[in-house]
Design a protein around this ligand. Structure first.
Ligand code: C2E
Ligand code: MG
Ligand code: MG
Ligand code: MG
Length: 290
């Protein structure tokens, strides 16, 4: 036991740990610079009604356009941003930017924009104020904003979470549980929180047509969500057979490369204008009449 502790203690000062600590510091200053130099950009991925083919919403996903390294994906920097705390100003930038974009789309497309909230962001006592400010700044009504939280974000902060979520709900904001199936996945939590939407994690969708267990899990999640009156979004739909499966199982919305990758706002507009001429609806109908 003592040895174990001793080892853990020693490991804390090991060269790897020092390297890691200094890497976090380096990343933090790089991220701070990036924020200052406006190197972040939001991409938007469409969410589509599986039956009408209609565009229902868009999820905002951050990208870092590094002047030398090119585009950096969130998986490469969000964990460091969380660990160093710089996710807080980055998250505020995301909220403001997404609300401004949602305001632009409100008249043209009438879709809400979904924003991912990190655990650290959600642990701030003034998180509701920060979100209210972003809405005010964009002159946006709450109903055009959706917030995506993972189960662990909510569970880590259980008592406060319920209060914050109810306050956000009062503002007209809709709430989505992200990456469902990868965390606690407790029915009790789902019932307790005022979520509108449940997003089935991509890892289940990926093998939904090849792994019977994943298919069963997806079916169970959809039916459970529907009995709790939640809308269900399938994340990471890439193939026609996944689409057909989800259609048969009465899933509500899809989001994935099959329809579109995340796009910068201007490309999103062009893409949507283009599909309006060639409705996706017909594509879904064709597939399901086969
Ligand atoms: P997420 O919120 O679950 O977002 C969905 C991820 O799945 C996105 O990855 C999206 O590009 C990807 N995806 C969508 N459809 C497909 C598909 O058909 N196939 C595959 N292979 N992938 C697909 P992305 O943009 O790399 O973001 C990864 C994660 O980073 C997000 O997962 C979210 O947890 C986090 N993230 C992204 N933007 C933000 C942000 O602004 N704030 C915070 N706190 N986290 C963010
Ligand atoms: Mg998300
Ligand atoms: Mg997700
Ligand atoms: Mg994810």
């Amino acid at each position: 036991q003592v040895k174990e502790n001793g080892r853990n203690h020693f490991r804390f000062f090991s060269p790897e740990m020092n390297q890691r600590a200094s890497h976090i510091l380096e990343m933090e200053s790089a991220l701070r610079n990036a924020l200052h130099n406006n190197e972040f950009q939001l991409y938007y991925q469409p969410q589509i009604d599986l039956y009408s083919g209609e565009l229902i919403g868009a999820e905002a996903l951050i990208r870092w356009q590094h002047p030398e390294m090119g585009q950096i994906q969130p998986s490469q920097f969000i964990p460091f941003a969380e660990e160093s705390g710089i996710i807080i100003p980055i998250g505020e930038w995301v909220l403001n930017e997404a609300c401004i974009q949602a305001k632009k789309w409100q008249t043209q497309l009438s879709i809400p924009v979904a924003v991912n909230l990190s655990a650290l962001q959600f642990r701030q006592e003034n998180i509701v104020e920060i979100i209210t400010k972003a809405l005010k700044n964009a002159n946006l009504e709450g109903r055009w904003l959706e917030l995506e939280l993972t189960e662990s974000v909510v569970v880590q902060n259980l008592d406060a979470a319920i209060i914050y979520l109810k306050q956000l709900k009062q503002l007209g904001i809709s709430l989505a549980m992200d990456d469902f199936g990868t965390g606690y996945s407790s029915l009790g939590y789902l019932k307790q929180f005022p979520f509108n939407t449940l997003k089935i994690d991509r890892s289940f969708i990926q093998n939904v047509t090849t792994e019977p267990n994943d298919a069963l899990i997806a079916i169970a999640i959809i039916s459970m969500a529907h009995s709790l009156r939640l809308n269900v979004v399938a994340e990471g739909v890439e193939t026609e057979s996944q689409l057909n499966f989800l259609h048969r199982q009465n899933c509500d919305l899809i989001q994935g490369y099959y329809y579109s990758k995340p796009l910068p706002a201007d490309e999103f507009d062009a893409f949507i204008a283009n599909v309006k001429k060639q409705p996706f609806k017909n594509k879904i109908r064709e597939q399901n009449s086969r």
